[in-house]
Ligand binder design. Structure first.
Ligand code: GDP
Length: 508
């Protein structure tokens, strides 16, 4: 897709006043005349400059009769890019000036007067896409790279920017195009009733493509989590120390801590970077029987948070647990469990967790108070709890990676670092496994298109199996192809483009 813009745009690419230097971008056919009208170069002009060069110059105040030190607005460096070797594919210049908001707004005003117009959000990247310098997934990845705040989200975005996702899609489209051309050929010779494409081969090809699309679509849950923060629900009964743990992780008093049960009635979410991975911690309302209407809604939200979480931290007050155990059991019986009390507290939580897809960490909190118990009793309490979990068939065993147990004190911070290491270790191994040679889908638009294409291809498969007329099968195949084409922008609509680029920042 090659389009030529006849207007020239300008926008700051940096935020004025927040650093030493600001960068202004100009792109379009009048870039060089505009630069030459703004900047007095020591030698030559932007128009005559060699491509990809930097020139030093001075910008004088508008209407300055003479060029004297008194009329200097700023001394600047100007990068000159000649089409098509620029970000947008057009003639472009970048002006580096001092980051004064006065200087920046004056330069913009001069450029507007000289014939530029102020750029729309994302317009430089949109021009890059329209001139064929990048496809739509790469253009979207530019915004993701800019927004990436962690090593993990940056890695995923850069892979997409480098065309990782585009090449996976290209290979899928190639397979489907081959299949479509065979079916179209059959349609051309429909009178003769010939079969150019062997049905079992087409079916095998479809299976391969469907499996790949399925894997890409399934990667969205993790890809999205890496981009926006891996959701970690901190759940448990009231007063287990959930808010204290959130505050301890964030290093600030974000949630109200109180020994009055039921203080956290709504979920509180905060993102936090742990060792290069962004997590979204959700402090939830304590789960207990209550007649309070507001608290009930809060508890419902706690269960929703459990369902949406990638990792569930089930927080237990070790002291209460130990008390429960010692109340109900004599010391000698401590390892043989019939824990109806514990069941009552934790069963609803455990029933909401999907142990096959979610990582569950049982955290025994208030370890600092456990010193009040004899070491022996402490160990027995811990072992009893492990036995209880085993009895519930939660798969807690040596080397089990889907769930584990930690002991911490959210109050003193003891053990919290190793809990965080467990979280980041889990996220990194998931990331490595999921992106091993493949890309992660992070964008809901891409995910929706993959799901739609998958549905069309399933119809193709069913059609082939049931002997549906070739023209109908071919139509579903074309529909899948065009849906996949919308991801990279080979097939696109103005509204889709507007929607994508309006979320970019100005100057990108
Ligand atoms: P939540 O209802 O689960 O959010 O519990 P809070 O975080 O509000 O804590 C309830 C009470 O337990 C407060 O008085 C906290 O100070 C106390 N608490 C929380 N964590 C610890 C801990 O690790 N050790 C001790 N000793 N007290 C704690």
């Amino acid at each position: 897709m090659n389009t030529i813009n006849d207007d020239t745009i300008i926008a700051p690419a940096t935020i004025p006043g927040t650093g030493a230097i600001s960068l202004l971008r100009i792109s379009g056919p009048k870039s060089f005349p505009i630069a030459d009208s703004l900047v007095s170069f020591r030698k030559g002009s932007a128009a005559q400059a060699a491509p990809n060069t930097i020139k030093f110059g001075t910008i004088y105040k508008k209407n300055a009769v003479e060029h004297t030190p008194d009329t200097v607005l700023d001394e600047v460096l100007v990068c000159i890019y000649k089409a098509p070797h620029s970000y947008t594919g057009e003639d472009s210049v970048e002006i580096m000036c001092h980051a004064s908001s006065y200087i920046v707004s004056e330069i913009i005003a001069y450029a507007l007067e000289a014939g530029a117009r102020f750029a729309m959000p994302g317009e430089f990247t949109q021009r890059s896409f329209l001139s064929g310098k990048m496809d739509l997934t790469q253009a979207e990845a530019v915004a993701d790279v800019v927004a990436s705040s962690t090593e993990a989200s940056h890695r995923v975005a850069v892979k997409q920017l480098k065309g990782g996702f585009s090449s996976e899609l290209a290979s899928l489209r190639e397979k489907l195009l081959e299949m479509a051309s065979l079916l179209e050929l059959e349609l051309d010779f429909s009178e003769e009733d010939v079969e150019f494409a062997k049905r079992d081969q087409l079916d095998a090809l479809l299976d391969t493509v469907l499996a790949k699309i399925d894997a890409l679509a399934s990667s969205f849950r993790l890809g999205n989590a890496i981009k926006n923060g891996i959701p970690v629900a901190i759940v448990g009964p009231t007063n287990a120390g959930k808010s204290t743990l959130l505050n301890c992780i964030l290093g600030e008093q974000r949630a109200i801590v109180s020994n009055i049960a039921g203080t956290t009635r709504d979920t509180i979410e905060e993102t936090f970077n742990v060792d290069g991975v962004l997590f979204r911690f959700v402090d939830t309302a304590g789960i207990r029987e209550t007649s309070g209407e507001i608290e009930k809604i809060g508890i419902q939200r706690s269960f929703e948070s459990i369902r949406k979480a990638e990792i569930v931290i089930i927080l237990l007050d070790a002291v209460t647990l130990c008390d429960t155990l010692s109340d109900t059991l004599s010391d000698t019986l401590c390892n043989t469990l019939s824990k109806s009390d514990i069941d009552k507290i934790y069963s609803p939580i455990l029933d909401s967790v999907d142990f096959t897809s979610q990582k569950v960490i049982f955290v025994l909190n208030k370890a600092d108070l456990m010193a009040d118990f004899s070491g022996n009793k402490n160990v027995k309490c811990y072992n009893s709890f492990v036995l209880w979990l085993k009895e519930k068939q939660l798969g807690i065993c040596e080397g089990d990676s889907s769930s584990e147990i930690c002991q911490i004190s959210a109050l003193t911070g003891n053990g919290v670092d190793s809990l965080l290491k467990t979280l980041s270790g889990h996220a990194k191994s998931r990331l490595t496994a999921a992106s091993d040679g493949s890309v992660l889908v992070t964008n809901i638009r891409h995910w929706e298109a993959l799901v739609t294409a998958h549905k069309s291809l399933q119809k193709v498969k069913a059609g082939l199996a049931s002997g549906t007329p070739t023209d109908l099968v071919a139509e579903d195949l074309r529909s899948a192809l065009s849906t996949l084409g919308t991801i990279t922008g080979e097939i696109t609509h103005t509204e889709v483009l507007e929607n994508i680029f309006k979320n970019f920042c100005i100057g990108k």
